[in-house]
Ligand binder design. Structure first.
Ligand code: ADP
Length: 494
């Protein structure tokens, strides 16, 4: 097996302080009534960091009641929309003031490099500010109906929203969900991922400091099958916004059917990243590298299916492998580190299992494929060449630093093959030919298409999936629709 020269960087100084581990309900820090607790770990060494409170069904009920009260009768329910926006902007300022601490906490718990965590904190501020601006711009319409009738529409909050988020971008996913929910006047019961419970608790503290009224935001950590399911099953939760695995989304959608809750889903992907021979190859190599190895491949938009035009495949793979071998893997809190650990033993095992499968199915391992060290959950950046579309490594979402290189000959062929997947989150093309770029953008079945770039996502760009990559859109104006109910008011005039 080939190996990379990637090595572990030195250990950094002490990590950030853990301030809160309890449940956050109605602006109070409380112990669970019927939950329990669980350990959260540092993926860089596998050691526990803290014991965190887990919410049981009774705790979920407490939080939902608080959120309902805040929605129906608290100061939030009568607050001017512009003031809601001001509170959100204040929260963004507080996040900015505490950026270093939040970033360090994220890196400690999630394994993200400190540079990436700082980028995420910036994204959190951008998202909160973007939606703060929307708070007083959520408008209805007047409708010219027949007869002496005055008709208008109102956009009102959906109500109490249950928000369930994953471990790969804990704070950013929180902001993507808080932003539109708060702008539209909803109240929130959120469950962070069990792997990464800590930054949401710090964000709750900051939300309270910003002046968000009691009950508007409630944070309940815990397991998916218990805490998450209790939120989904609660009859007084109006909507579930979920980001995570497609199999979990299926469970949630079935459970939500009982109370006909509104649901939005942002799920996985197996995104095609297509490189034509006419592309700027320096940019395409760097882009393909970033597409798969950003956050160790733990990204739902990861460019894990790398289609390379046959005439440049050999050179392209060589250059990609060269970069992969030089990647500096190590403690995420060390600023020199380029790739931190995978989030958990489970993810590490899953990745190594797919490496074995790839070799068994006859793909050629060019570089990587092994664990780095024995402490923590580090994996080498891995490249498989000679991959065929039907192989497991080309079909399944691995959620790790493993790229499958698939050769192709022409634009029609590659579009057809790019679309042969149940997923449809993102796709990218590298070319200097405008015709090819536009054809691809039109025909590829994906919620986001990048041309000569990758992973470019902003607070104002709608984000979500075709097919089994999701339902609904986050970010931008598009998200507001999913956090409002549309009411038609019809008045007979005298
Ligand atoms: P991953 O495989 O990336 O961990 P999951 O879909 O399992 O993705 O987790 C995403 C989020 O969904 C986490 O917060 C997790 O606790 C939650 N979750 C998992 N199972 C359920 C469930 N049955 N009901 C509600 N939430 C769940």
């Amino acid at each position: 097996m080939a190996t990379t020269t990637a090595k572990k960087t030195a250990k950094p100084a002490a990590g950030p302080q853990i301030r809160r581990t309890q449940l956050f309900i109605d602006n109070h820090w409380v112990d669970p009534i019927d939950g329990g607790s669980f350990e959260t770990y540092n993926p860089a060494n596998g050691h526990p960091i803290a014991s965190v409170a887990a919410a049981g069904a009774k705790d979920v009920d407490r939080a939902v009641r608080a959120a309902r009260r805040a929605l129906e009768s608290g100061p939030w329910s009568t607050m001017d929309a512009a003031d809601r926006g001001r509170l959100m902007a204040r929260l963004a300022d507080l996040v900015e003031q505490n950026a270093d601490e939040l970033a360090a906490l994220e890196s400690l718990n999630c394994g993200k490099t400190i540079a990436d965590s700082k980028g995420d904190v910036e994204g959190v501020c951008n998202t909160l500010r973007y939606y703060a601006g929307w708070a007083d711009k959520v408008e209805g319409r007047t409708i010219p109906v027949r007869g002496n009738i005055f008709c208008y529409t109102l956009r009102q909050p959906v109500g109490v929203v249950g928000q369930i988020i994953p471990w790969n971008f804990p704070m950013l996913m929180l902001a993507w969900k808080w932003g539109p929910a708060l702008a539209c006047g909803n109240t929130i019961v959120m469950k962070p991922a069990e792997q990464t419970p800590l930054t949401a608790l710090r964000m709750a503290e900051l939300a309270q400091e910003a002046g968000l009224p009691a009950g508007v935001i409630n944070i309940l950590n815990g397991m998916g099958e218990t805490t998450g399911a209790a939120i989904v099953n609660h009859p007084d939760v109006d909507k579930i916004a979920f980001t995570g695995h497609v199999d979990t989304a299926k469970i949630i959608q079935k459970a939500a059917a009982d109370t006909l809750k509104r649901t939005t889903f942002e799920l996985g992907g197996k995104s095609p990243n297509v490189v034509f021979a006419d592309a700027d190859l320096d940019a395409a190599v760097a882009g393909a590298f970033h597409a798969i190895y950003f956050h160790g491949g733990q990204c739902c938009t990861a460019g894990s299916r790398l289609f390379v035009e046959s005439s440049i495949r050999e050179e392209f793979v060589e250059r990609l492998a060269e970069k992969a071998k030089g990647r500096l893997i190590g403690d995420p809190l060390d600023p020199k580190t380029e790739q931190g650990p995978q989030v958990s033993q489970e993810q590490l095992d899953k990745i190594l299992h797919y490496v074995q499968l790839g070799e068994k199915e006859g793909a050629r391992l060019i570089t990587g494929g092994e664990r780095v060290g024995t402490d923590g959950f580090f994996v080498q950046p891995t490249i498989f060449d000679n991959v065929r579309d039907e192989m497991a490594i080309a079909r399944d979402e691995i959620f790790g630093p493993v790229v499958s290189v698939l050769p192709f000959e022409g634009v029609d062929e590659v579009i057809d093959r790019a679309n042969r997947t149940n997923y449809g989150l993102a796709a990218a093309i590298w070319t200097r030919n405008l015709d090819k770029a536009h054809l691809f953008a039109k025909k590829v079945k994906a919620g986001t298409v990048w041309v000569n770039c990758y992973h470019v996502v902003d607070s104002n760009t709608p984000f979500g999936g075709f097919k089994m990559s999701g339902q609904g859109r986050e970010n931008g104006e598009a998200a507001l629709e999913h956090y409002t109910e549309l009411k038609t008011v019809t008045i007979k005039l005298g």
